[in-house]
Ligand binder design. Sequence first.
Ligand code: NAD
Length: 461
Amino acid sequence: MNTQEINSIFEAQKQNQYKVGASTVSERKTKLKMLKKAVEVTYRKAFQEAMWKDFHKSKEEVDLSEIFVVTNEINHTLHHLGQWMRDQKVPTPISFLGSSSKIKYEPKGVCLIISPWNFPINLCLGPLVSAIAAGNTAIIKPSEMTPHTSGVINEMISAIFDKNEIAVIEGAVEESTALLSLPFNHIFFTGSPAVGKIVMAAAAKNLSSVTLELGGKSPTIIDETADLKTSARRISWGKYFNSGQICIAPDYIFVHESVKDQFVEEAKKTIEMFFGSQPSQSEDYTHIVNKGHTARLKNMIADAVAKGATVTAGGTSDEAANYIAPTILENCSPDSLVMTEEIFGPIMPIVTYKNQSEVVKHINAGEKPLALYIFSKSSKNIAYFLDNTRAGGTCINNNALHFFNNDLPFGGSNNSGLGKSHGHFGFLEFSNARAIYKQHIPGALELLMPPYGNLKSKLIE
Ligand code: NAD
């Protein structure tokens, strides 16, 4: 789509925003129900087929991690929207007698949603649910790396919404850059911290507000008291689901040295239980999104090995099939790529520790994680790690599941993100909390207006 077409869609939404913003609770619910039916019924099969073509993702995983996530967000919103949209009365100081105060949640206006490829459906439609709930118009720019899925999103949205309300603009950096030059009222971006900085700089030119859902390394700690079999199963699920292409996948594992061998054995057994002895043949194992990322991950393994790591499981790849085996690496050097860059793939580096303070020191030397996971049976140890680190979110004795609870805010902190999404937090992100102060009868404060002659004498007395 060329810049002129992009500008004209933006202008059309600008014109239409007040009509959309005036929609009632029941009108917004109708739109959400239409979206739900389209995702869950009409386009479900098309999405499953598109994602298989885009990166060998099984239809069960499409249901679990894409369709279900969107319908879950919609159900939660349908349940609470009336309450969220209601004006919120707040107290007024006694000295303002004769007046009342409330907060009105008004739509921000025309919003832009830019999404990544790793969960191409839920990461663009999830924020869209919040944008619609809050009464906005929106333009969605899905990732160019999952073109089949992005095509279905475009077809589906065009079938149920007018472009002057919700529009999809497919494309890559060129389209994204053209969109970012426009004065959107809000920009909701999900992607890498590097592109997040480009988005924020562009938003600053128009003082557009931003939500940035970014990434980075999400450390996982297993202490000496953890249930190792359960931890290995849950962590392997978080690491190898979607082939580790998850912003909140457990990135590297800090395990207490006394239980490392047992954890590694359990993790190896789990890989075989999940995907058989030849994961390359498994229909349940998602592949890497493209050749560039496959080569990047292959290089990460080679770099770790060259710097002294041992491959305990996997380590193999098939570049033609964009396949990287579920891999476990031990003895990784701190300066190897798997320990310094976000992995975003099915590689699990294991690092051992003796003292808790080593773990905290290492984590706090890096950027604030999007997620941090603690596996432990000791409430004292859990409290220590929670109190001495910072992160966007944490699961205790599990991973990634905080994303699925719409009553929890989802998002990072600084380098891993700004602002929160999901449920009420998403609604607030797409709303302006407008302060409304109403004067009912003349109040005492009118006595404070000029001329101040009387007032001065009163104050002095
Ligand atoms: P990305 O930042 O490369 O791309 C995201 C989007 O930005 C795409 O739509 C892309 O077209 C666009 N884009 C890319 N370069 C751009 C530029 N120079 N100017 C303007 N727009 C540009 O991210 P990705 O590779 O698609 O996704 C992986 C990253 O996203 C990882 O870092 C991951 O942790 C993060 N992520 C975060 C979350 C979250 O919820 N916090 C979820 C998924 C992924």
